[in-house]
Ligand binder design. Structure first.
Ligand code: FRU
Length: 562
């Protein structure tokens, strides 16, 4: 975000509009008050950030009430970029930012943090987020936040021709913190429009991951077709909370009787709810430590505890997070099976974060896996064999009976270290999941690019007949090598020479997927910072980030022999 907003800043400075509306007072070496008057009509307070500084505590006090606390790496010795604090929601009220920088010791000869003057002298009002002078590039068809940090996709649903994508958003810097639900909308899954933050932190804590449903029958009492969100409030404890939207998901009101679910355990989060046609009730699946806990409800408010799943099954190298549970038709089209998605971090198949899944039956109370041996003794089924596919969840109410998912394209191993200007992280392309039979006669889940991308023609498709290699390269001698080894029955992606791989030793990796069937086709989606490889149109998938110094726009196909 270097140089961000500087044009807007100098313009405003020359106009001198802010002196009237903003008052900055230092009360002590480590405490400062930034007061914006109730007459102010400017949209943002810009705060200077230094990436390597310790986080300052910024209490937001509106009309003498503390509405939330932010943690921001305010500049101490130099300014890397500015972050905007939005004033729009508080128009007509006085806003006081009480800044506390606890990490700077104050001595007689040292006027503390405030003594550096750097931050204080550069806090300003501004009306625009002017990114036009920026050098940062954006992926052509992957969703990114407008600015700041992003992790998990949240609360996705489809309604009236629009795909709504919320996401874990940290608006005040390029590293994780201050989680709020950002919001973007798309009509074609290719172009995304940014909307106002949907559910924001409050005095009780930050807003962690969760899901949305459209309440078609008003079972919750907030209104017919209200969009209901359930999210984890991360405060004194982790609890589950409701918010509802009566304008199609743009603005939400928090339910006054929150929280709706609490428990005395530290990892209790990421509620995923859905309407269960078979039982005529709502179900909820929640990540609790290293298990998934199910609940049922007639109205989304009162929840009854049902079964738990996971103790003896699957990978357990880390915490289980971001569950999802849904039905898919069997490959013969005659039956159906339930699939439980279970994101895990660390302990993923390629190191760090990944999505495992279980196939079985769910009766509204318990999930029973088919062929339990597939999941015992640490065995697991993995949805994607790249390093950058995490927090996968699906859209509610996707059209035409589709089950469409999006994953966060990063890995907690290095998510806060990947090269970034303006924003950090992007999401995978949307994928429609399906069940198929492997050569061993067992069921697997695949994920094929959503059909919207067929129309957009974004990928390169190859027919495959025996072992082969595809080399994606640029003029800088950087390359990603994709290898199909028909003897070993593997598909792999080598990004060790893909450009900047220096920021973390686990980044330059070769990721390898086992194949459950012979490879007959390959689709490759290359965008600014990612390579997504789909074998047999999604029966096997590898998603990997790349940071080349020029686009990997050449593709060469070669024979491969060991
Ligand atoms: C997964 C996760 C979730 C949590 C969120 C916080 O990446 O750790 O479990 O709700 O991120 O941002």
């Amino acid at each position: 975000m270097k140089n961000i907003l500087t044009i807007a800043l100098s313009l405003l400075l020359s106009l001198g509009v802010q002196a009237r509306d903003i008052d900055i007072k230092c009360l002590a070496g480590d405490i400062c008050h930034v007061r914006v008057s109730s007459d102010n009509k400017t949209k943002y307070v810009l705060l200077p950030v230094e990436e390597s500084a310790k986080e300052a505590e910024v209490e937001v006090i509106v009309n003498n009430n503390r509405v939330r606390t932010l943690w921001i790496r305010l500049a101490l010795s130099h300014i890397d970029y500015y972050v905007p604090f939005a004033l729009e929601d508080f128009q007509g009220s006085e806003v006081l930012l009480q800044i506390h920088v606890p990490s700077v010791p104050i001595t007689l000869s040292n006027r503390g943090w405030v003594g550096s003057d750097l931050c204080v002298n550069n806090i300003r009002l501004s009306d625009s987020l002017d990114f036009s002078s920026e050098t940062s590039e954006r992926p052509a068809y992957h969703h990114t936040p407008e600015y700041g940090w992003m992790n998990d996709p949240n609360g996705m649903f489809y309604k009236d021709g629009e795909w709504h994508l919320y996401y874990q958003w940290g608006p005040y810097g390029l590293v994780w913190n201050n989680m709020t639900w950002g919001h973007s909308v798309s009509k074609d899954l290719v172009h995304w429009e940014h909307r106002h933050a949907a559910i924001e932190a409050d005095a009780l804590g930050a807003v962690f991951s969760g899901s949305c449903v459209v309440d078609h029958n008003n079972s919750c009492g907030f209104g017919k077709d209200a969009v209901i969100a359930m999210y984890t409030m991360d405060g004194a404890v982790q609890s589950q909370n409701l918010a509802y939207s009566l304008d199609g998901g743009n603005t939400f009101t928090k339910y006054e009787k929150n929280p709706v679910l609490t428990a005395g355990i530290p990892d209790f989060r990421d509620p995923n709810m859905f309407w269960n046609e078979e039982t005529g009730r709502w179900n909820l699946v929640l990540a609790c430590g290293q298990q998934m806990q199910f609940y049922s409800s007639p109205d989304l408010k009162e929840w009854k505890e049902e079964g738990k799943f996971g103790k003896l099954y699957g990978a357990h190298g880390g915490v289980w997070e971001c569950p999802d549970l849904f039905c898919l038709p069997t490959p013969d089209g005659k039956g159906k099976k339930w699939v439980l998605l279970c994101n895990i971090n660390p302990g993923g198949i390629m190191g760090g974060s990944a999505t495992q899944y279980f196939i079985g039956d769910f009766d509204g109370h318990q999930f029973i896996p088919d062929d339990p041996d597939r999941y015992t003794g640490g065995r697991a089924l993995w949805m994607d064999y790249g390093k950058d596919h995490y927090a996968t969840v699906s859209f509610s109410d996707a059209p035409d009976g589709r089950r469409t998912v999006i994953a966060w394209m990063s890995n907690w191993e290095y998510a806060d270290k990947v090269p970034a200007i303006d924003y950090r992280s992007s999401n995978s392309i949307a994928r429609d999941v399906f069940l198929y039979k492997g050569a061993d006669g067992l069921l697997y889940m695949g994920s094929r690019p959503a059909p919207e991308y067929d129309k957009a023609g974004l990928d390169k498709t190859f027919a495959v007949n025996g072992s082969a290699q595809w080399v994606l390269s640029n003029s800088e001698k950087e390359a990603v090598v994709i290898t199909y080894d028909a003897k070993a029955m593997t598909l792999s992606v080598d990004r060790t020479e893909s450009g900047d791989v220096s920021f973390k030793h686990t980044f330059p990796a070769v990721t390898t997927a086992p194949l459950h069937k012979k490879l007959t086709s390959l689709r490759i989606f290359v965008d600014l910072n990612s390579v997504e490889v789909f074998g047999n149109n999604g029966e096997v998938v590898l998603t990997n980030l790349v940071f080349p110094s020029a686009p990997l726009s050449n593709i060469k196909t070669m024979k491969y022999e060991k």
